[in-house]
Write a protein that binds this ligand. Structure first.
Ligand code: COA
Length: 326
């Protein structure tokens, strides 16, 4: 079975900055509350006419440039998103058209915040079997368009951004060592968008009652997040024959600084090994870890031979963890 290698990373962050001070003017909140309870200081928000595929395109171009490959070399495109351009067709097909590469496999993956790591893990199976050689995995989120800007419980947390990687069979350089994927539908009601699907189709009433916006039970998620992230990381490390002592750099999902600190503490990892971008970008769901990985690579925070742990948790409930030797 062939191992997989990340041969290029890219990301795109919208220009428009929304600070905690801006949010103070929109809902009953304060910079002090947001900073101490979440760690977020500011986040990026798209323009009115920007959609997930626009962000995905920009991140993909950068990842392909870094990988030194042309779109026509791609065998498959996976887009992880909970904010697709529309319910269907898949944003991955829209992206395929934008990239000017036709007829290759393209599909969306809807696993909330865990989508990017699910995507890499799925793609690596196609590489392992020899079915495909060059796969683009993109996480693109425009959460500002499903957040209720009147709900202070959620609107201070979520934001927009995209990150991408190109995966190829391992030859030289980094290699994916192991992964763990999981889900627990018992927690499905903890976070989601109730209306607009087949259970509660769009109607005047669903719009009036704001059911097309994200609803979240923050406290319930907090406890589950810490538990699930540690368990997923434990399993991925065990599979790779490693322990937390071997880990040089940890990229956790960026939901809340208190979740990240609790997770790192249980793992026995010092915070200088932990990648944080939520202070600048908030929670970008699947894109959070993707953007963090790209920035860490470009800033050379990750060095050849480093053992990297990436761990996510999100709606579904879902979780995923990946170990990479860089
Ligand atoms: N500004 C000011 N006050 C706020 C607020 C805001 N933006 N949002 C909530 N509050 C209030 C609440 O109304 C509550 O007030 P009350 O005690 O008068 O009812 C109080 O702050 C405490 O709320 P609580 O929910 O207990 O706060 P918390 O410390 O648990 O933090 C979250 C809330 C959402 C930040 C935190 O629970 C969290 O990050 N959860 C995980 C979220 C997550 O991972 N979501 C996505 C999955 S990827």
């Amino acid at each position: 079975m062939r191992k997989s290698s990340i041969v290029g990373t890219g990301s795109y962050i919208p220009k428009r900055v929304l600070t905690n001070a801006d949010l103070e003017k929109m809902v009953d909140t304060s910079d002090e509350w947001i900073t101490t309870r979440t760690g977020i200081k500011e986040r990026r928000i798209v323009d009115k006419d920007e959609a997930a595929s626009d962000l995905a395109y920009k991140a993909s171009i950068k990842a392909m440039e870094a990988a030194n490959i042309k779109p026509e070399e791609l065998d498959m495109i996976i887009v992880a998103t909970i904010t697709p351009d529309m319910i269907f067709p898949a944003t991955a097909c829209v992206l395929q058209e934008k990239l000017g590469v036709r007829k290759i496999a393209a599909f969306d993956l809807e696993v909330a915040c865990s989508g990017f790591l699910y995507g890499i893990s799925i793609a690596s199976q196609f590489i392992a079997t020899g079915m495909y050689d060059t796969i683009l995995i993109v996480a693109a989120e425009v959460l500002s368009k499903i957040v209720d800007w009147q709900d202070r419980n959620t609107c201070v947390l979520f934001a927009d951004g995209a990150g991408a990687v190109v995966l190829k069979p391992f030859e030289d350089g980094n290699q994916i060592i192991s992964s763990c994927l999981g889900a627990d539908g018992e927690g499905a009601d903890l976070v989601g968008v109730p209306a607009g699907g087949s259970r509660l189709p769009a109607s005047l009433e669903t719009v009036r009652s704001r059911q097309h916006y994200m609803k979240m039970n923050g406290n319930g998620l907090f406890k589950e997040a810490v538990k699930a992230m540690v368990q997923a990381a434990d399993i991925s490390l065990q599979k790779g024959g490693l322990t937390y002592k071997d880990i040089d750099f940890f990229i956790p999902h960026q939901a809340n600084i208190r979740i990240i600190k609790a997770v790192a503490k249980r793992m026995g990892l010092s915070m200088d090994k932990v990648c944080i971008n939520l202070d600048r970008y908030g929670n970008m769901s699947a894109a959070s870890v993707a953007v963090a990985l790209d920035e860490a690579v470009r800033e050379k925070r990750i060095k050849r031979g480093d053992k990297i742990l990436l761990t996510c948790f999100g709606g579904g409930l879902s979780w995923a963890s990946l170990v990479i030797e860089w």
